[in-house]
Write a protein that binds this ligand. Structure first.
Ligand code: PXL
Length: 286
């Protein structure tokens, strides 16, 4: 049963990229729309994200993160989930681990999106050394949401482009589960060229499920953040792992399709805002 009186609260630890929707400019509106209070701990402030746009400004906030954490602790703020994404420096991995140790309870959820790369490539500013550090952060998570590039980086394996076979995906899911998280949601999964989706793995009952949607041509920035934020919104609204992944996949695909049809620059992020009515209906909030 959903507790109607307790409003859930998330700590969102991501960068704030002013233009080019991703990270906090995606997480905040999506979680808020789903009725969830969201506190932001920015890891860096950029003029735009770093994907395909040159000349961006970058202000690292590593030195501010511990003071923010300590202030929140002094106020005895509790979180129903801690949601991490793009981290701006190696040292932030340690700070985020401290954040987990400080704010983890028996009932809350740590969701780590191990943002590092896509399409077989590391994002600008990321290294294989950082990937090894990210693996140690994933060990402390309840649920991780890598794409197939990030999964390969976490496992120290070579990235393979799709289409994939169920055996290949299931092997990756189980190996990611042995890193520590009880649940894994792997994105960028497809068995046929015209589909794209996600695979979910629940280590407790060894359950693997899939959700697929019709593939929209092109590659759009910030869609991993849209998916992970919508997934968390659904989980905190008490949907099951696979139902949450399906809700997130429908929301993300609808947002990509609208952006594709509007012929928007793929770097600017997707129009997820106009998918909110359908998203809220799927969440049974409308
Ligand atoms: O969406 C991932 C992401 C988040 N934040 C920043 C990025 C990227 C991907 O390139 O550059 C700053």
């Amino acid at each position: 049963m959903r507790n109607k009186t307790h409003q859930k609260r998330v700590a969102a630890i991501h960068d704030l990229s002013g233009f080019g929707k991703c990270s906090l400019t995606v997480a905040l509106p999506i979680l808020s729309a789903a009725g969830i209070e969201t506190s932001a701990l920015p890891t860096a402030i950029l003029s735009t994200h770093t994907g395909g746009i040159s000349g961006y400004t970058y202000h690292d906030l590593t030195d501010d993160m511990r003071p923010v954490m300590n202030h929140w602790k002094s106020l005895d703020i509790r979180f129903d989930a801690i949601y991490t994404g793009y981290l701006g420096s190696f040292e932030q991995l340690d700070i985020v681990k401290e954040f987990f140790d400080t704010f983890k309870t028996e009932n809350n959820l740590i969701l780590v999106d191990p943002v590092m790369g896509d399409n077989g490539q590391l994002y600008t500013n990321f290294t294989l050394e950082f990937a090894a550090g990210m693996r140690t952060l994933c060990q402390k998570a309840d649920i991780i949401v890598p794409n197939l590039t990030e999964a390969a980086l976490l496992l120290g394996e070579t990235f393979h482009p799709g289409p994939y076979s169920p055996a290949y995906i299931e092997n990756i899911l189980r190996k990611l589960g042995t890193l520590g998280p009880a649940k894994v949601v792997l994105t960028g999964v497809y068995f046929k060229e015209d589909e794209l989706g996600a695979a979910t793995y629940d280590r407790a009952n060894n359950q693997i499920d899939y959700v697929f949607t019709q593939k929209v041509p092109g590659y759009y920035h910030g869609t991993g953040d849209v998916f992970a934020s919508a997934l968390l919104a659904a989980l905190l609204n008490e949907f099951s792992l696979i139902d949450s992944a399906a809700i997130a996949a429908h929301f993300t695909t609808a947002s990509i399709r609208r952006t594709y049809e509007a012929n928007t620059d793929y770097r600017f992020g997707v129009n997820f805002e106009q998918s909110f009515p359908d998203f809220l209906k799927e969440l049974k909030l409308l």
